[in-house]
Design a binder for this molecule. Structure first.
Ligand SMILES: Cc1ncc(COP(=O)(O)O)c(C=O)c1O
Length: 954
């Protein structure tokens, strides 16, 4: 029985919104007797789960924290000198408390509704400005997933730029042997399906000709050496190729920028700007390039525009680049990125300012020089002529050192790559002080039996030709907020501009904006998890391993599959990884020609984009009038391509919010022709515990942990997109440099953004089997309750055969265009005046909104939202009847800012009260948009993606 059991786990009632009494009222409104009956009518019997989930019953919040603490105690937080792209960093407490641990920031959605997202848009614009300044390149995006995938995105971008026509004339890509191995690993994975030929070598000895489209180098490189690439960059350019530099962001405060070196693209990680290592993530990677490549850039770009009042307003620029529009022609599948972490990194820069940042970099450099002097006095060889933070050491008993260091919980980087064997690297970061340096020296003294002396060099170890002389971060935003009071207020000022889950429900269809409970979030900040280096010895990471093993088992149980990879850093990365497993399976069975994948027209844009990246050709399948996959069209196309059929990608329940009855038949027909089925798990919130991808006949799926499993969206990331697979595909899961596999790595770190896996782990632990099932049932109940209220006023597109929807439903707004001149955008913006974020706009059907309330919203909130939409309907009717002007009405002028409402002049035919306080509840909790409706085309025509000069604000 699907009932809110008053004796059940404490957290169930905290996570699920409606009370038992309200449940009765909601069922009565739908006209159904019980939640069980609703589920029976909604999910086809044939795919209903037959057995209870093998997941323990829920722990209380207190119990869960205690048990996770014990698991954390199994991790050893060592002093890390490993470097390799991950560094100890000091997160300023004001940022930790006011952003990282603040639902006002972490529960935000991607800033599609720009009018209620000006705070994070401003911060992300600061991020882009910071990246542009430090890299010396004019345009940067608002983050990518990690350094390695950012490098792969850059590779794909320049490949497409250079090889503009279908015939690829420059297929080769030079990879300098001295880039981080995890980056190389991802490049190799990403290159193969799109037929890029990776040529690895030394930049000093390789001759680049016109068969190369580009090259990638690391600055400073894998062993820490600072190399001058100027001549090589010229050589690549002369051959018609382009150059990517992977640059350490901290070092760029002291080193000549990639732009000054004439690199075409710079990528890297901003982790060491105040974002904990977290055993691999989440962190924001950056991507900057020259102006001429801006239209091919991956990810989201924030730009400056104007609003309806002519004031400055920010929004996401060049939205036509989104996969929604480009689909299989998109060259990147990046959707969710790392917005929250980008905001943290830039706030670190805002707080420290250019002078503070440089001081941190100089301290790091100085300590490295200090250590070099003392170690070389012991007779140890330091191989880097020039370096920033990393010493490359040889000439001593490495095994002896390793033994002593491990015993002292000190980690160095021990090479075992065939090129640098018998050497180690020591990397200094911001957290290292003289004390730690002294401990390192003592270790070396012990193994050499000598006493260190050594005088620190008086000059820097940066070559004169590469010393940075150009200025950076001169904008006032980086030179103002340096006291904690100023910083706290700046963060708060931005937070106040944004509508988050701590204001009202965000009913985004397909995005599952559910509760991100505080108890789920707390462990992410614990040093036992946050301070772990992803390449720490496995003997130190037992806690992470235990959590990951347990979580993988729960995810397999939820999907009906048998194996799991936690590596992909977003849903789209999961799609890519999952499709690679299918590709590898066919290759393994000598069926490499199976390169066709069928994708319904209703699919999310990332599906075709990921398919192309994984080397598939996309054939689009039609949907019928009821919104279901057109089974005849599907079978016809599957048959037509049967010899080359790789598989099918489907979303279930469909993006139309319906559990299609034909799903088993669909999967069977693909299998019968030798194809495999990929299920996009974005809608798993309608499945967990009641049915599963395994039950519908799929072979692999990804899970958006940032939807179904409670990781917050962070204003556009982080996210996690693990994949689960059946036995057939288990041998083909992603590997890593430290764990070789058939398809290689898809992320820089073996467990992706490992630290936020804790959130999903905690969510599952506290809900337990009963709670997980109830959460799904209530997600469906809440959606059907809203549907029952709204269908009296609006046309609902699509429903299952018994008239119920899944966990979301689509409202058709298209008819109002003809009757009242009202478009979906007008309704979305008017909802802001009512204190709500708009539902998903125009996906999967243009001119509609898709509402997904989730289980976490209670009946009063659902009612407020329905009241708002019903009141908006009345406003539309007034226009239809001629009672309200077609152009001058509350919808067309929405949203109304405080400035507009309080202005001395009010020229409209409706009142200020009607504009700003249209319903009684709004008076209790008014949320003011800080800008009026944003003009998108103006911004795209006049693209400005960095903070404008101060004069322009005047
Ligand atoms: C149906 C569907 N598939 C895939 C994705 C991509 O997921 P992500 O944004 O995590 O990359 C989304 C994102 O909203 C989605 O709604």
């Amino acid at each position: 029985m699907l009932q809110l059991n008053t004796n059940g786990a404490e957290f169930i009632k905290r996570h699920i919104g409606p009370s038992a009494q309200d449940t009765e009222k909601m069922l009565a409104a739908i006209g159904i007797k019980s939640v069980d009956e609703l589920i029976e009518k909604t999910i086809p019997t044939i795919i209903r789960s037959k057995k209870p989930m093998q997941i323990p019953e829920g722990l209380s919040e207190f119990e869960m924290l205690q048990s996770l603490k014990k698991i954390g105690d199994k991790n050893i937080v060592a002093t890390n000198f490993i470097g390799q792209g991950y560094y100890g960093t000091i997160t300023p407490s004001v940022i930790l408390r006011n952003i990282f641990e603040n639902p006002g920031w972490y529960t935000q959605y991607t800033p599609y509704q720009a009018e209620i997202a000006q705070g994070r848009l401003e911060s992300l614009l600061n991020f882009q400005t910071m990246v542009c300044d430090l890299t010396g390149l004019p345009i940067a995006n608002a983050s990518l997933l990690d350094e390695a995938t950012a490098a792969a995105e850059a590779m794909a971008m320049i490949f497409n730029h250079v090889n503009k026509t279908d015939s690829v004339t420059q297929p080769k890509f030079f990879v300098d042997s001295a880039i981080f191995p995890q980056t190389k690993g991802v490049l190799v994975t990403r290159a193969a399906p799109i037929h890029i030929q990776i040529e690895e070598g030394s930049y000093q000895s390789t001759k680049i000709d016109n068969t190369y489209f580009g090259a990638i180098l690391q600055y400073p490189n894998n062993t820490g050496s600072i190399e001058d690439y100027t001549a090589f960059i010229d050589q690549v350019h002369q051959a018609g190729g382009l150059v990517i530099l992977v640059a350490d962001i901290m070092s760029l405060t002291l080193l000549k920028s990639p732009g000054e070196l004439n690199a075409d693209v710079a990528v890297g990680n901003t982790q060491r700007f105040g974002v904990p290592m977290g055993f691999g993530g989440p962190h924001a990677a950056y991507f900057a390039t020259k102006d001429e490549f801006k239209r091919g850039m991956p990810g989201r770009l924030i730009g400056v525009s104007i609003d309806a009042q002519g004031g400055r307003a920010l929004r996401m620029a060049l939205q036509t680049r989104e996969q929604h529009i480009k689909r299989e022609k998109a060259t990147s599948n990046i959707c969710t990125a790392q917005a929250l972490l980008a905001n943290m990194a830039v706030m670190y820069t805002v707080y420290h300012g250019p002078v503070g940042l440089k001081k941190i970099a100089q301290k790091i450099h100085g300590l490295a020089q200090n250590l070099e002097a003392r170690l070389t006095s012991l007779g140890i060889t330091q191989a880097n002529k020039f370096y920033f933070d990393t010493l490359h050491l040889t000439g001593f008993d490495i095994a002896a050192l390793q033994k002593e260091a491990l015993a002292a919980d000190i980690n160095f980087r021990y090479f075992n790559d065939g090129k640098n064997d018998n050497t180690i690297a020591i990397t200094i970061d911001e957290t290292i002080s003289e004390n730690e340096i002294a401990k390192v020296v003592a270790l070396f003294e012990k193994i050499t039996g000598k006493k260190a002396s050594g005088k620190v060099a008086s000059t820097t170890s940066i070559p004169a030709s590469l010393v940075r002389t150009s200025s950076y971060l001169e904008h006032p935003v980086f030179n103002t907020h340096h006291s904690e009071t100023q910083m706290m207020r700046y963060i708060k000022q931005l937070e106040n501009k944004d509508l988050s889950l701590n204001t009202s429900m965000i009913s985004l269809g397909s995005c599952t904006m559910k509760l991100n409970a505080a108890t789920e979030m707390i462990p992410v900040s614990w040093p036992a998890f946050s301070s772990m280096h992803p390449f720490a010895p496995s003997s130190q990471t037992l806690g992470y391993q235990e959590m990951a093993t347990e979580l993988s088992a729960y995810l397999c149980e939820s999907t009906g599959f048998t194996a799991c990879s936690l590596q992909p850093n977003s849903g789209a990365q999961g799609e890519y990884a999952g499709l690679l497993t299918i590709r590898a399976y066919h290759e393994h069975h000598k069926q490499a020609h199976r390169n066709i994948v069928l994708i319904p027209i209703s699919a999310h844009g990332t599906n075709p984009a990921s398919a192309v990246m994984a080397g598939f050709k996309v054939i689009v399948v039609a949907c019928d009038a009821a919104g279901d996959i057109d089974v005849n069209d599907l079978k016809e196309k599957a048959n037509l391509h049967k010899d080359n059929l790789g598989g099918l990608m489907i979303t279930y329940p469909s993006t139309h919010g319906v559990f299609e009855e034909t799903i088993i038949d669909i999967c069977d027909s693909i299998h019968a022709l030798g194809g495999l089925v990929y299920m996009d798990g974005a809608n798993m919130n309608a499945q967990v515990g009641l049915t599963s991808p395994g039950a519908i006949g799929a072979d692999v799926c990804h899970l958006n942990l940032h939807k179904t499993f409670a990781i917050p969206h962070g204003g556009g990331g982080p996210g996690m997109g693990p994949i689960c697979v059946n036995d057939k595909l288990a041998p083909f899961l992603p590997g890593h440099i430290y764990n070789k596999s058939k398809i290689g790595a898809v992320s820089a770190a073996p467990m992706g953004s490992a630290s936020i896996l804790l959130i999903s782990y905690a969510y599952i632990k506290m809900l337990g089997a009963t709670g997980l099932q109830l959460a799904t049932a209530y997600a469906i109940l809440n959606a059907n309750y809203m549907k029952s209220r709204l269908e009296k006023k609006y046309t609902i597109l699509y429903a299952g055969k018994n008239g119920t929807c899944a966990h979301e439903f689509i409202i058709d707004l298209r008819p109002f265009k003809a009757t009242a001149g009202i478009e979906a955008e007008d309704v979305a913006k008017r909802l802001i005046d009512y204190g709500f974020h708009a539902p998903t706009m125009s996906f999967p059907v243009a001119g509609t909104i898709m509402i997904e309330p989730t289980e976490s919203e209670d009946k009063p909130e659902l009612d407020r939202f329905c009241d708002a939409l019903i009141s908006i309907h009345d406003e539309i009717m007034a226009i239809e009847k001629g009672l309200s002007d077609k152009l001058d009405n509350p919808l067309k002028n929405a949203p109304h800012t405080q400035k507009v409402i309080c202005a001395d002049e009010w020229k409209h035919a409706y009142t200020r009260q009607e504009a700003a306080f249209p319903l009684y509840y709004v008076q209790q909790n008014k949320f003011w948009p800080t800008v009026a409706r944003v003009n998108n085309t103006h911004g795209d025509r006049n693209l400005v993606c960095t903070c404008e000069p101060v004069a322009s604000y005047a």
